[in-house]
Write a protein that binds this ligand. Structure first.
Ligand SMILES: [Zn+2]
Length: 240
């Protein structure tokens, strides 16, 4: 049943996996639902030489770790930054090579895209990614198959800052996050503007401290997806 439902979503294409109610009801893990006293903090589209170091500084000051979903093309340009993210104790996931829309790509291209990204992350950061977030939050059957073969667990989000929107500010991003912020949420922000308007990450960076303050007030722990609850652990790897 779960497999059939998952495939139905994959074939349905854009929009379906973006419907929050559908996601959280039928696909709690895919939607990023975690344990009720924890908020998973995730960043997409990096590493970005201008932005990522500032996010790393802000997180270090607050003693918070997060999950960074990296683009292979960005890692190729800034491999040292990928290592910096890992060295700071953050988790790294696969976000694809160039932020291409998966439903428009065939099985071979999709597999090569994810495999290449996983490989360059492992080489640059010295760690093996186990999480995969599809570009635009839209999966495809080929994407699910490739992720499965590569040992990658797909995950979306259920709380986003929308810093890419026209006119977004730190306050508007914070308000957008507040709308869906609760224990078990997976927050999406971007530490890069490579797929959005220039400088859009600044609103996300401005909102980050406000978000962490609010989580403190509510007694919510904030961390990477790997700490998001008992179901959120890297799959055990057994010797062949
Ligand atoms: Zn993205």
């Amino acid at each position: 049943m779960a497999v059939a439902a998952g495939l139905a979503v994959a074939h349905a294409g854009p929009g379906i996996t973006a419907l929050r109610t559908v996601r959280t009801t039928f696909f709690p893990l895919l939607s990023g639902q975690g344990t009720c006293d924890h908020v998973a903090l995730t960043f997409d589209d990096g590493p970005d030489p201008a932005a990522t170091p500032q996010f790393l500084d802000a997180l270090r000051e607050r003693g918070v770790r997060a999950t960074f979903f990296l683009l292979g093309s960005q890692v190729a340009r800034a491999s040292r930054l990928a290592a910096d993210i890992a060295d700071a104790g953050h988790e790294i996931g696969v976000h694809g090579w160039r932020h291409r829309y998966l439903p428009l790509r065939g099985p071979a291209a999709t597999h090569a895209d994810l495999a290449g990204t996983k490989e360059i992350i492992a080489a640059a950061a010295g760690m093996e990614p186990w999480l995969f977030r599809p570009p635009y939050g839209v999966l495809s059957t080929a994407g699910l198959v490739a992720a499965g073969r590569l040992g990658l667990t797909p995950v979306l989000w259920n709380c986003c800052g929308r810093e890419w929107a026209r006119g977004a500010t730190a306050q508007s991003v914070y308000q957008s996050l507040l709308g869906d912020l609760e224990g078990g949420a997976t927050v999406l922000l971007h530490d890069s503007d490579c797929t959005a308007r220039p400088g859009s990450w600044r609103a996300a960076l401005g909102a980050l401290g406000l978000l962490l303050d609010e989580c403190d007030r509510r007694g919510l722990r904030v961390g990477p997806l790997g700490k998001h609850g008992p179901h959120w652990q890297a799959p055990r790897r057994f010797p062949p």
